[in-house]
Design a protein around this ligand. Sequence first.
Ligand code: SF4
Length: 118
Amino acid sequence: MNKEVICTVCPRGCHINVVGTETTVENLEGYGCKRGIEYATNEYLSPVRILTTIVKIEGVENDLLPVRSNKALPKDKLFDCMEVIRKATVKLPVKIGDVIVENICDTGVDIVATKPLA
Ligand code: SF4
């Protein structure tokens, strides 16, 4: 298996070519420093993403609450997490950092408000 990973650790954005199996990395090429080795290995074996989206507000038609995951989520769980968030609603008032969905999809990650709304 072969995958190109763009390292986002620094602005140089190295294109790192990773060769491996489903569970191991066998070769890496194209990294500009050793931080890229760790980044590309993680991205190849278990990619994660911060999820940023919006949630409906109870009783409010024309506004939505911006939220994000408080930690990176496994990429293969993002669709399931979005389904949960799509069905969620929040009651005002809300402060920045308030937990909107706790332990989403049993990941240990919370979805939190990124904007105060009253
Ligand atoms: S591999 Fe190193 S130099 Fe290249 S983008 Fe990543 S952190 Fe920056």
